[in-house]
Design a protein around this ligand. Sequence first.
Ligand SMILES: [Fe+2]
Length: 297
Amino acid sequence: MTAIREPGAVNDTTYLIDAIHEGISGGYAVYLLKSKTGGTCLIDAGTKDSAPVIYNKLKELSAWPIDRLIITHSHWDHTQGIEFLREKASETGSTIEIMASEKALPFLADQSFNTCFGTDQEPYLNITDVISLKDGDLLDVGRDLSLQILATPGHMEDHISILDLCSGNIFVGDAIGMKWFDNFTVPNPNSPYWNEEDFLKTIDRLKKTNYKSLSLAHFGCLADDQARQFPDESLSTYRQWMEFFAENNERLDDISFLADLMWKRVYTLVPADLKPLLRPGLEGAVELAARTWKGEY
Ligand SMILES: [Fe+2]
């Protein structure tokens, strides 16, 4: 097993939930941790649009209401489902503990910065009453499930990853890029909060971390060699993209041209029949990364 991109069990205590957004499946994942001794924890909350999908899936998995929700970082596609899930929990008289990095609290309290992503999801809902987490914090979900928090900034300054100390699975959110299919790793320097120096430190840190599998928000769970190699693979693809932008810096507004060239130069191993499916995702990522490269905010 090298990659799981289908909804369902990733290991004995972890489930991949496809947080379908605007009808798109296979793009946004959240993960349910369910201890055999009763505790539950959701990693990320999806969008306003995907929250009902997540809610129904949690009920199907007999995990509703969840005890706790850990947000990897404050970007809209990880946070905007929180309000819906909170409301649904309150209907049952329950409260979900919402947790995020201590650095995320101001960004959660004022989500308006997400306008930099140019989505049609405004207005963004602000999120308060969040419990802050620090690097190194340990959390028990149940007797068979213990988590460690790792600060993994770069993609966003408040980004954390969550290491499941029992299974060796690590939830890295968007910290080190995206991988929607084999041979299709996509870097995500995609906002004014991108910090290359921090990203490089995060890559080094994850390489030194003792994990066995790696769960991505976009999308799926990598195992074995794919998981261990992903930090280097992500860094190498990031460097290719940056060289590519430098070479073509007169045409960074021409997203179609850039995507065409990337198919030919970067993604030579992606099967031709998959390219139409992947094209919108590639173009969206290229557009945001090109704007970040130019510092155009
Ligand atoms: Fe993100």
